[in-house]
Design a protein around this ligand. Structure first.
Ligand SMILES: CC(C)(COP(=O)(O)OP(=O)(O)OC[C@H]1O[C@@H](n2cnc3c(N)ncnc32)[C@H](O)[C@@H]1OP(=O)(O)O)[C@@H](O)C(=O)NCCC(=O)NCCS
Length: 180
């Protein structure tokens, strides 16, 4: 992995690159993306932060930068400090799929999220036919916890939604293996 790979705070100026990623055929075929205007995406960028120390924030987003180009995004949303849980989502531009970048980017976000001492669990959902997303989840130690049948409507087709979860203990165990 090039040393120029990094996470940067998501800013309103990233709206067009984010829109373009959402519009790619792979994203539209595998993600339950509801139609969104540029203004609504701008609003989502303005209302999220990358500052994990903000005590009121519940929605976080980073962009993935490679060699100075924005090529993806990772988000954490619906944080409940009381329940100790947060949901993550991720997307890369298709030109960069299958090179391990998704796994690396999500791992970096997990490292940051688990710095919250109250965080017990991270979860994500994915379509049953989204093998790349499941690959990222599995590699990072998430366990498949259940399936919501035909819960997604993607590109006009009903699809099963998988729910994956990662407990702090599993993340710490996996991290200690990564160090060794
Ligand atoms: C999901 C996504 C972020 C994965 O990122 P990526 O960089 O392509 O994934 P990685 O290269 O880190 O691969 C992770 C694992 O999944 C496997 N994998 C990747 N693409 C795969 C595919 N198309 N089919 C089957 N397995 C695949 C890899 O082999 C890898 O496991 P391995 O290292 O043991 O071989 C990326 O494919 C993407 O942006 N897809 C479109 C948006 C999306 O689906 N987002 C997730 C919504 S839940």
């Amino acid at each position: 992995m090039t040393p120029d790979f990094r996470l940067v705070p998501a800013l309103p100026e990233h709206v067009d690159v984010w829109m373009a990623m959402r519009d790619e055929p792979v994203s539209r075929a595998l993600m339950p993306l509801e139609p969104a205007t540029r203004e609504s995406l701008l609003e989502r960028l303005r209302s999220s932060t990358s500052d994990l120390s903000d005590p009121k924030a519940t929605s976080f987003r980073w962009m993935v930068e490679l060699d100075g180009r924005i090529i993806g995004t990772v988000a954490a949303r619906e944080l409940s400090r009381f329940q100790g849980r947060v949901e993550i989502g991720y997307m890369l531009s298709s030109a960069y799929h299958g090179r391990g970048i998704g796994t690396r980017a999500v791992a970096r976000v997990l490292e940051r999220l688990f710095e919250w001492p109250f965080l017990h669990r991270v979860w994500l959902t994915t379509a049953a036919d989204n093998l790349a997303s499941q690959g990222v989840a599995r590699k990072l130690g998430f366990k498949l916890e259940g399936v919501m049948r035909e819960h997604y409507l993607i590109d006009g087709k009903r699809k099963d939604q998988q729910v994956w979860g990662l407990l702090r203990s599993e993340w710490e165990q996996a991290s200690s293996r990564r160090v060794m």
